[in-house]
Design a protein around this ligand. Structure first.
Ligand SMILES: Cc1ncc(COP(=O)(O)O)c(C=O)c1O
Ligand SMILES: N[C@@H](CCCC[NH3+])C(=O)O
Length: 464
């Protein structure tokens, strides 16, 4: 994803059929600020440290693999988004990127709202103390139970995604005597420049109501037929994920405002809100160049303001739903090297003690990551290697092509940055491998947010 075609780089005469790394970095021990969280640094003797803690100590204490989450960075990113959008807009953190109760508390304290898309995410949000009114619920196939829980908990909005769901939700809200606020998920017909699995606004896909096909207008009519149980507050668009190019968001904003104008013309109502979703890309490697929240906020406010003026509409309240852009850069995964296998003339495989069960993104989206030797610094020559996991799958790749010091050996610690989003939340127990813990670090203190799974945890579910 977002991967440019890199020419193969030289390495000990190896043949590198599909190498993506370019030339070795000038300093293999350097921590590039684009991919590392803000408190990541090297200690005087060269080890990686974060939140004031040396990864060697963290590995001893919490084991590997482990996700280490920089709380200060997380909070700073929340504040940057809040400040950029200001009091006239709402920032909903997309819980799917990574959610646990501590994160919910941080979000609540930092003034963010929360987007959930399953009963489990809703339960975590409520259990972590997020006021229900600040929760938005998504999903293309919410169950009756999930809808009922959302309605009875008092969630601030439900984003409806199908005609069946509109009727289902109207019935549930009526049953509970609730007038539920809803937004309509519109498919705005944008081909977002990202991996096809995570683009969501082109016509041929499962989410939302098509604008061009007229389904979005029909969905508005369907919602407005239930004035006692549904209150239509706005239109929602999410064009995809890991996007760098602002033009897709601009087209989306223009089309969403166009729909608001059509609704005003047909029904005589001006809807008070629009949500332009999440999707802002982050740097997984130093080649990626993401936009900052204030640039995004400015661009979106300008386009919405301009389009509303042209359509003679009052500017609606704007909301956005960043997930990856908040949590992605705040964590890295710490692994221990188990084997280093040099296949002469082919490549070097470095096996770590995790893999596709803690980071499926490389296998699923062909995603790029970077990696550094974390337990020490090294002045050895760079070698081009592939960092792989321990699973019974040859596609079990963590970092496809990485320059690491050639004195790398079993027992060394490696750290893969930018794994805060969609790694723990998409982790699996493939090969009955227990999922790693999430450990928050701040000001020299570490705190387990999500503990490591144990074999007992796995066996507890096995009741046959
Ligand atoms: C509706 C919705 N909002 C927000 C997000 C968050 O996206 P990201 O983590 O790319 O910001 C997603 C996921 O793509 C989504 O489906
Ligand atoms: N899970 C995806 C993004 C999809 C987000 C949800 N719509 C990723 O890792 O990039």
């Amino acid at each position: 994803m977002s991967r440019s075609a890199h020419p193969a780089g030289p390495r000990h005469g190896d043949v590198l059929p599909e190498a993506h790394a370019t030339t070795p970095p000038a300093d293999l021990n350097a921590l590039d600020a684009r991919v590392w969280s803000r408190t990541a640094t090297r200690t005087a003797d060269g080890a990686l440290a974060v939140g004031g803690l040396d990864v060697r100590t963290l590995a001893d204490e919490y084991g590997t693999p482990a996700y280490l989450l920089d709380e200060e960075d997380f909070r700073a990113r929340c504040r940057a988004w809040r400040t950029a959008f200001g009091p006239g807009a709402d920032v909903f953190y997309a819980g799917k990127a990574f959610l646990c109760r501590a994160v919910v508390r941080w979000l609540t304290e930092e003034g963010l709202n929360l987007d959930v898309c399953s009963g489990g995410e809703l339960a975590t949000a409520l259990s972590g103390g997020m006021p229900a009114a600040r929760i938005a619920m998504h999903g293309n196939n919410k169950s009756r139970a999930e809808l009922a829980k959302a309605v009875t908990s008092g969630v601030g909005r439900i984003v409806v995604d199908s005609f069946q769901e509109i009727e289902r939700l109207a019935g549930i809200a009526a049953e509970h005597g609730v007038r539920q606020k809803v937004q309509i998920r519109a498919t705005v017909g944008v081909e977002a420049h990202t991996h096809e699995f995570i683009a969501t606004a082109h016509e041929d896909q499962k989410f939302g109501f098509s604008l061009t096909g007229g389904d979005a207008a029909e969905a508005v009519r369907a919602v407005l037929k239930h004035p006692e149980s549904l209150e239509l507050i706005g239109v929602h668009s999410h064009i995809g994920s890991q996007i760098f190019d602002m033009s897709g968001f601009e087209v989306s904003a223009r089309r969403v405002v166009g729909l608001l104008a059509d609704i005003r013309d047909e029904h005589g109502v001006e809807l008070p809100e629009i949500d332009l979703g999440g999707g802002l890309g982050i740097a997984y490697t130093p080649e990626d160049d993401p936009r900052e929240p204030h640039e995004i906020a400015k661009a979106l406010a300008e386009i919405v303001g301009r389009e509303c003026e042209a359509a003679n509409l009052a500017v609606p309240r704007l909301s956005v739903e960043p997930g990856r852009a908040i949590v992605g850069p705040t964590a890295f995964t710490l692994y221990e090297v188990g084997t280093v296998k040099q296949l002469d003339g082919i490549r070097t495989y470095v096996s770590v003690d995790g893999g596709m069960s803690d980071n499926i993104r490389t296998a699923l989206y062909d995603a790029d990551y970077s990696v550094v030797l974390a337990g020490r610094a090294s002045a050895a020559e760079p070698m081009l290697a592939r960092v792989v996991g321990k699973h019974c799958e040859s596609g079990d790749i963590v970092v496809r092509d990485a320059f690491l010091p050639s004195d790398l050996a079993p027992g060394d610690l490696l750290a893969v940055p930018a794994t805060g989003a969609y790694c723990r939340s998409m982790a699996s127990n493939y090969n009955q491998v227990p999922r790693p813990p999430v450990v928050a670090v701040k000001d020299g203190q570490a705190r387990v947010l999500v503990r490591r799974e144990t074999e007992e945890d796995l066996l507890r579910l096995d009741v046959g």
